[in-house]
Design a protein around this ligand. Structure first.
Ligand code: PEP
Length: 259
């Protein structure tokens, strides 16, 4: 049985009301789930969600993630938050390199490397998003692009930096769309990523969690998780609807032995 991880990315959605109803509704089911759950609410609500999770005695079952950090730890950078601040309030994960940040904030390999480095120095698990554009996909460049994005970390910080790191393969063209996902194709990409890491360090390649993200929903989640190299899913839109998210958690929990 795999060590599954399910990540819910709320993006710029939610409020105190949703946080309360979401946690109260999932609090019963998650206590019987045999996999890990990470929720990434908007930064402003991290501390609030943490308190609500504690009040439902769910802190052993749900971890929290930031959706982003700044490339600095402190200073004159109005509007930013740092890895150090996340550590200060007890946040364990942070998403970096998400497609939304690449598209709307022009993030590149250089800024992602800086963010990765800061997270590691604070002992926070980076959820490193990688993935290709539609054009790169059409040009058959997917694997090369993914490897280049991983290499950005490995060549600068060494392969051991990938210990306690989660890789999230998210094809940019597949995020937030109602596309039909071919799980065999996604498996091929995940396998290529793992094989690439295996050439450098066998242990890291076996232990690293490689997530898939991009229009995951109740209908496709099982086929994805049945693939040997897909260790979990990063869910955006479909995780924001509480009833739907509960359905997803239930179907995963009921099929754990087929993964
Ligand atoms: C995401 O936010 O990273 C994501 C994968 O979103 P969606 O599930 O809506 O495609």
């Amino acid at each position: 049985m795999k060590n599954l991880l399910i990540i819910s990315n709320w993006k710029l959605n939610g409020n105190k009301y949703l946080i309360n109803s979401f946690i109260s509704k999932i609090s019963h089911i998650i206590k019987s789930c045999n996999f890990s759950i990470v929720i990434a609410p908007p930064l402003l609500y991290l501390d609030y969600m943490q308190q609500i999770i504690k009040s439902y005695k769910c802190d052993n079952y749900i971890s929290l993630s930031a959706q982003n950090i700044d490339i600095h730890n402190y200073g004159s950078f109005t509007g930013e938050i740092s890895a150090k601040m996340l550590k200060d309030i007890g946040i364990q994960y942070a998403i970096i390199g998400h497609a939304d940040r690449k598209i709307f904030h022009k993030e590149n390999n250089n800024t992602i490397l800086k963010k990765f480095t800061l997270l590691k120095s604070e002992g926070i698990f980076p959820i490193l998003c990688i993935g290709e554009t539609k054009k790169e996909y059409q040009n058959n460049q997917t694997i090369a692009i993914c490897i280049k994005q991983i290499d950005n970390i490995v060549k600068n910080l060494g392969i051991l930096a990938l210990q306690d790191t989660i890789i999230a393969y998210e094809p940019i063209w597949a995020i937030g769309n109602k596309i039909v996902i071919n799980s065999t194709y996604i498996q091929k990409i995940h396998n290529a990523i793992r094989n690439y890491l295996m050439q450098i360090n066998y242990k890291i390649s076996k232990n690293i969690s490689i997530q898939y993200g991009g229009s995951v929903n109740f209908n496709n989640v099982l086929n994805l998780l049945k693939q040997p190299d897909i260790d979990g899913v990063l869910i955006g839109k479909a995780s924001l609807d509480t009833e739907n998210f509960i359905k997803i958690l239930n179907v995963i929990n009921n099929n754990l032995y087929s993964f």
